[in-house]
Design a protein around this ligand. Sequence first.
Ligand code: NMX
Ligand code: MLT
Length: 434
Amino acid sequence: MAGLKDILQKKILEQRPRVKRLQNEYGTVLFDQVTIGQVIGGARGVKCLVTDISYLDPEEGVRFRGRTISETFADLPKVPGSDYPYVEGFWYYLLTGDVPSMEQTLEVVADFQRRQQIPRYVFEALRAMPRDLHPMAMLSAAVVLMQKESVFARCYKEGMGKLDYWAPMYEDACDLLAKLPGIAAFIYRLKYRDDSPIESDPTLDLGANFAHMMGIAAPYDDVARMYFILHSDHESGNVSAHTTRLVASALADAYYSFSAGINGLSGPLHGLANQEVLRWIQEVMEKLGGKLPTEGELKDFLWQTLNSGQVIPGYGHAVLRRTDPRFTAQMSFCEKHLPDDTMFQLVQMIYRIAPDILRQHGKARNPWPNVDAQSGVIQWHFGVTEYDFYTVLFAVGRAIGVLANITWDRALGYPLERPKSVTLDMLEAAAKSR
Ligand code: NMX
Ligand code: MLT
């Protein structure tokens, strides 16, 4: 049976002529136009990135390699006794576009088990960091520290042909992905559990091993699998994916590139919103002595937040115009596992009330919840109440998507990203000439 790397190579050879043809025969075809509003508005909606790993439809939400979230969960091989697929099988799927057999999935599980050992110096460096450092800063530093392990950087230094770039990038991507859960769990136990790390169990799949290293019983293994898959990819324009790909386009290796992506994810308008949601929910609960607010109290609280110039965290999106299906997928999990949880009930209440208030407020183009509105509540329920850790979990998931992307970027020979900038004078001149 051909292994993942062989199958990936076959796929790469199939795809390369498509890119070459588009570039050589259709390179001058006009595909999109850009308005001044888009130039000064964060390039919102400008179609200038390409990826086949996932696509985000504003109404439907994300599709991974053409499959919706529910199709992905339904079709991929599941861990026996679990409701969710192996993360390793999902990695195979994102890389190749093929649903792996159980045998192919277990091969990746075994491969990751071989790659998961984390260099000692990473633990020593993390221990030397101030304990009050944000865990995202710790994660980013730990990842960039491992840069010296990069196979890509070594091969590049030794000299390799452009067509070969993808293979060492794939090696780095697998190494990094296999190690990330252990690093994340180590940071958690170092920072919040009195430096009491739990040894990895090399017989477990990635999700179960993460739960084991966190010290949390089932069904937290399924939480991990669901969470990592849901957060993996959201096409390429989001800050973490775009940053990772941008840095990698300069032929920086996966460690430098993903560390940069983590830094982008740590912004409150991006991944950090999941911690902000919990901070905000806690504020509501504290004000009301730990009980659920009435609808009127919640409305007041939402308006106070908006009137003080803050955003409602977990609501709105740059592309989506409906409820994020990642929110809905997590809601289904909560309905099954924590229907009576007070915070879940509050999240549901916010979902009933916030969209109308955001519409009345009149600014947000999308008044519906995104992935972050629901994710922290699940973590809290299973005892991970230290909400500044939540974005680290997002980052472990995001690694799956962005590392698949940069492997393919090198495979398809995508060049250095370097869009053109203009001055305000130039924009004004263009505006006047209309
Ligand atoms: N609460 C209050 N105001 C909002 C919200 C919100 N949830 N969402 C958008 N707005 C405002 C936004 O600040 C902007 O105001 P102004 O004109 O004063 O600058 C206006 O509505 C128009 O923004 P949009 O075009 O709707 O949104 P944009 O594409 O610029 O930004 C987000 C998208 C996600 C950054 C924005 O909706 C937001 O800040 N949401 C809250 C933070 C959040 O949940 N982020 C997580 C996103 C998902 N993720 O994980 O990355
Ligand atoms: C993401 O998952 O990256 C967020 O939803 C943000 C985005 O897609 O812009």
